[in-house]
Every structure is written in C-alpha cells, then in structure tokens.
Design a protein around this ligand. Structure first.
Ligand SMILES: [Zn+2]
Length: 244
C-alpha cells in the first residue's frame, strides 16, 4: 500500500500549500481520504479523478471537502470517455445534513453515510471507523492491507479511544493543529502535538506523521513538541510518499 500526502494544512492553507487530502493506493485501487482545497491539482500527479475507486471524508468541514465541488466537474466533462467510473462513491458522516446533501451530484457523485459500524473493503484495503471528538461528527479511519495498518485521525481533540484505534499502527497520521499552549478547557480543541505523541507512544505505533499544520506557525514547533515525547515523529509534507 502507498500513502501520498496531497495536502496537510488546515483550516486554510499557508502560501503555496493545500488543505487535507491523502491518497491510498494498492494495485489498481485508489482511495482518496479527504478532499480539501488544492487537493485536486496535486492528485493529478498520481491518479486521475476518474481513476478513483472511492472518496472517504473524515468529516464535513470545508478544508476537508471543498475540492470535491470541483472534482465533480472533471467527472462531468470526462463522462463519455470514463462512464464506467460513475458515479464516484463518496463516504462521509451524514451530518451536518446540509453539507452531506451537497455531496451527491447528478450521476457523478453518490454520497454514502458512514457510521461507527461501517466496514469497507476496496481491493486488499479494509477500512473501519470510530467516532472522534470535533465540532461536527468526525471519524478516525483505520486502514489495513497485507498485514500493515495506517490510522488517520481526521480532526479530533484527545479522547481515550484514539489510543486503542492507533494501537500498533505502522503509520499514525495524526492532526496536530495545536501546541500545548493553545488548548482551552471547555472549548472545541484540536489535538496538540504533545497529545498526538503521547498517543503514539502509548499505542506503540512505529511512526507518527503530524498533519493539519497551522498555517500561521512554523510546523517545526509542533515537531519539536512531539519529538520530546515520541522521537519517531515527522511532519507531513505535500507530495510525501509512504510505502507500507
Ligand atoms: Zn475540522
């Protein structure tokens, strides 16, 4: 299986960067996790929109889905040449309903609701989901294939179930939009870098990749905060490839 980072900033990009998008490939299967702004142009280096097997959205915030509204035009314009690719299946939490209802688009995109019990298989890749803690429903996504395991946090604040989900992962792709100093009690938080690292350590993951970088801050601050706890931490970069 191969994971490609297509965008790793949120909730809006730094100059020349993109918001969330990650491509998983195995044999002829191409699954896109999240489709934030700027993802489509970078996706095209690796896979064409009509070659996607499915899209899975961790949650329905615009920095994780906005390029779907553009990707649908590519499917529409290429309908004659690539009719067998239609409709592209888009799996997402069904709330907020208003956002979910925008995902189905004519005969080009078909939305499918995710829940904590959902299990999906595409080729050798198997996907399972647990609910995170965020302003809107968010699913932490576990992908297994050929004895390897990738866990992607989506957007979430810390919750104990995250450690169980990440247990033994070969690669833990975890948001760290916050530093310790950003956390505010009683508010909706993102994970701070030290929390991502603490989960990685307790879950005994092999490699922690921090993502969802804050566009107004040097990502190396998050890296340093995490590495103090879990040395095998690195930063996601658009275009990075991970082979598992
Ligand atoms: Zn979000």
């Amino acid at each position: 299986m191969r994971l490609t980072v297509l965008g790793c900033y949120g909730p809006y990009p730094a100059a020349g960067q993109n918001c969330s998008g990650y491509l998983l490939q195995d044999d002829e299967v191409n699954v896109l996790l999240d489709c934030g702004n700027g993802v489509l142009s970078r996706l095209r280096y690796f896979c064409q929109p009509w070659e996607l097997t499915a899209v899975i959205l961790s949650h329905l915030h615009s920095d994780h889905l906005s390029d779907l509204m553009i990707l649908r035009y590519a499917l529409q314009m290429q309908e004659e040449q690539h009719a067998s690719a239609l409709p592209l299946q888009v799996y997402a939490p069904p709330q907020p309903e208003e956002e979910y209802n925008r995902l189905t688009y004519k005969q080009y995109l078909q939305s499918r609701p995710l829940s904590a019990g959902t299990a999906l298989s595409f080729g050798s890749m198997r996907f399972t989901f647990i609910k995170g803690v965020h302003g809107v429903p968010n699913y932490v996504i576990t992908v297994t294939a050929r004895g390897k395991k990738i866990v992607y946090s989506g957007d979430t604040e810390f919750f104990p179930g995250l450690t169980a989900a990440a247990q033994g992962a070969d690669l833990f792709l975890c948001e760290a939009n916050y530093l310790k100093s950003d956390l505010q009690q009683g508010k909706v938080n993102h994970l701070a870098a030290f929390q991502a690292a603490a989960v990685a350590k307790e879950a005994e993951v092999k490699r922690l990749v921090l993502t969802h970088h804050n566009p107004e801050r040097d990502p190396r601050l998050a890296l340093a905060e995490a590495q103090a706890i879990f040395p095998d931490t690195e930063l996601a970069h658009a275009g990075s490839l991970y082979y598992l």
